[in-house]
Design a protein around this ligand. Structure first.
Ligand code: ATP
Ligand code: MG
Length: 600
């Protein structure tokens, strides 16, 4: 070992914030030779320019376990081919190319080729049925889609007549006798040139269209521009501790914004090696990947962590004892509040605390995080990124921000709940909701972007998640955040996961009801139910603790791994379920391959 090697030291939080400016950070980007910024150029071309084309960009693990390593030079060639194919087909600059692909190499080549060519990428979850696929392609005016033959036949062909603007369907595995009106991705790309010069791209040109997770209602199409790459790059350094030489694994589904910002773009801009796992979630496989690939930085989601916790072997042995996790240096989580229990579990089981990060499809990149240089505060989202101004805004009776005469009130006192707001203007901020200008407008007040999440901030400036404005329970004069109740229940040894809602009650307004998924070794019983309620009352007090506990075999999750409390509530009250296009397909509890966390 080279004794002179010194671990990279992250600047401490206060000095990083004090000296930070987005304008200065721009020098971290390569920029296009003729001026302008292009995400694809930052992810691919710059490494060739710097003579690093032979570095490993991707390590793809196929379902059969076979490995394929792809260099930055190869990625440049294959994405160049895609860029030429799009041009030859007549897909115009700014037009949308949809992907309906799992995590596989062709996805990377397509996304990067599309971005380098100045066309707009819109990724879809492969688990969508034909209706959600049709709805999003219709809304997004899909010009082309890249997918597999099987997914095409099951999900696109049945709705194709409703998509007159969809001119090109490219199948990555057309096989013999391909369906009519489809094109062969391998044939077209093989015939195309493997060099492509990225054209002039304005930092404000549209690059990505992302539909939100649909946790609170119908998914919205958030539009992002090329200069977002600055935020992807910078946040990966500060919040994910990404450095040259790292092996990075982001487990998010490529149909979700995390799978794009941190599954594809950010690590490539840093020139690190990204693990691309085509397989499904299974605890043993995941630990094998961490160990065998020598993953150094791991970005995952609370559901995934809860499922790993739930799958702990009965003999009490820890993953770090059974697998060599010595390469792992940094673990972070996103998508849902991270229960303190999961942070503690990380310390014990992985030998590292889990760092929570908070952001949204709309913010495009991490906004609030437990930083590498700071000790983790279990249960806290962390502190705002350098360059990000976050505040708690005072809310009215209805739980939404009170806007008086165009102004809002920033809560100065610590530990007071209000809506989380961000000062508009960071580079990856969304530039609109597709076809919904008014909805976009209504997200802003007095120069702040309103996130729809309720939080509080402690005296040291750390933010604590309370709940989504829609999920907060008003019970007998108390405002109760489901997260707090769920986290308390998770501390009980029998509880693997919990979802908490308010059930209308004539006296209290609402009472707290918890739906609990038990660990496999604890059978449901009336006694356990009483014990859970008593346990929660001791921790939370009677006003906040659940009055009712129901045992469930599964909790409804979105494809991006979030508990869909609105669905629990609708089912409990016998109401219509609303838009469930992003609902994860339920699987029986206890199956090895259980529901896809964070997207599989
Ligand atoms: P929709 O907007 O369609 O209802 P969604 O808000 O779940 O769906 P995303 O943009 O994928 O869509 O998720 C962002 C939301 O996820 C945040 O607003 C927040 O509620 C939740 N979230 C993400 N990360 C965290 C975190 N670390 N702690 C708490 N909540 C989080
Ligand atoms: Mg949202």
């Amino acid at each position: 070992m080279n004794m002179l090697w010194v671990a990279p030291v992250m600047p401490d939080y206060d000095s990083a914030r004090a000296t930070f400016s987005w304008r200065r950070e721009r020098s971290r980007l390569a920029g296009l030779p003729g001026g302008g910024v292009n995400i694809g150029y930052e992810a691919v071309d710059r490494h060739l320019r710097d003579g690093h084309g032979d570095r490993p960009a991707l390590r793809c693990i196929a379902r059969d376990g076979s490995l394929r390593t792809v260099s930055y030079a190869r990625l440049a060639e294959d994405s160049s081919r895609v860029a030429h194919v799009l041009e030859t087909l007549g897909v115009g600059r700014g037009e949308r190319v949809f992907t309906l692909l799992g995590r596989r190499y062709e996805l990377y080549a397509t996304v990067l080729g599309t971005l380098r060519a100045g066309r707009v990428v819109c990724p879809l979850f492969t688990a969508f049925g034909p209706e959600p696929v049709a709805l999003r392609m219709e809304l997004g005016n899909a010009r082309a889609v890249v997918t597999t033959r099987e997914l095409y036949e099951r999900k696109v062909a049945p709705v194709r007549s409703r998509l007159p603007h969809l001119r090109h369907v490219l199948l990555i595995d057309p096989g013999d006798d391909p369906p009519s009106d489809t094109l062969s991705f391998p044939a077209l790309t093989a015939a195309a040139s493997d060099t492509y010069t990225v054209g002039q791209t304005d930092p404000a040109d549209l690059a990505l269209l992302h539909f939100t997770s649909g946790t609170t209602g119908t998914p919205k199409g958030a539009m992002h521009v090329h200069e977002a790459v600055l935020a992807h790059h910078v946040t990966a350094a500060y919040a994910l501790d990404l450095h040259e030489g790292d092996v990075f694994w982001c487990t998010a589904d490529p149909g979700w914004v995390t799978g794009m910002s941190y599954g594809i773009i950010a690590p490539l801009t840093h020139g690190v090696t990204t693990v691309v796992d085509e397989g499904d979630f299974a605890p043993g496989r995941w630990y094998d990947i961490l160990a065998d690939q020598h993953v150094t930085v791991w970005y995952t989601a609370p559901t995934a962590l809860r499922m790993l916790m739930r799958a702990a072997p009965r003999d009490g042995s820890l993953p770090a004892e059974r697998h060599d996790l010595s390469s792992l240096r940094f673990v972070a989580s996103v998508g849902e509040p991270l229960n303190p229990e999961a942070v503690h579990w990380g310390r014990e089981a992985l030998g590292l605390p889990v760092h929570d990060t908070w952001w949204q499809t709309e913010t495009g990149a991490i906004m609030i995080a437990n930083f590498a240089a700071d000790p983790v505060r279990p249960g806290s989202m962390g502190r705002p990124m350098p360059g990000v101004e976050a505040a708690v805004l005072a809310c009215g009776e209805d739980g939404r921000v009170a806007v008086v005469g165009g102004h809002v009130r920033v809560v100065g006192e610590p530990d007071v709940q209000g809506e989380l707001a961000l000062r508009a203007g960071w580079p990856s901020m969304f530039r609109g909701y597709l076809h919904e200008p008014q909805r976009y407008e209504s997200c802003f007040a007095d120069g702040w972007y309103l996130t729809g999440d309720l939080v509080s901030r402690d005296a040291d400036g750390w933010f604590w998640f309370v709940g989504r404005a829609d999920d907060v329970i008003k019970s007998a004069g108390h405002l109760i955040g489901p997260f707090e109740v769920e986290s308390a229940l998770m501390e009980h040894p029998a509880v693997a996961e919990a979802g908490v809602i308010g059930r209308p009650d004539p006296l209290a307004g609402a009472i707290v009801k918890a739906f609990v998924l038990l660990r496999p070794e604890y059978p449901p019983s009336a006694e356990l139910r009483r014990d859970l309620i008593a346990f929660a009352r001791r921790r939370l007090g009677p006003a906040v603790a659940p009055r009712e506990v129901g045992f469930v075999d599964t909790l409804p999750h979105t494809r991006s791994g979030k508990v869909m409390r609105r669905l629990l509530r609708a089912r409990e009250l016998g109401l219509p379920e609303g838009d469930v296009s992003t609902l994860e397909a339920p699987e029986p509890a206890g199956t090895a391959g259980a529901p896809g966390p964070s997207g599989k």
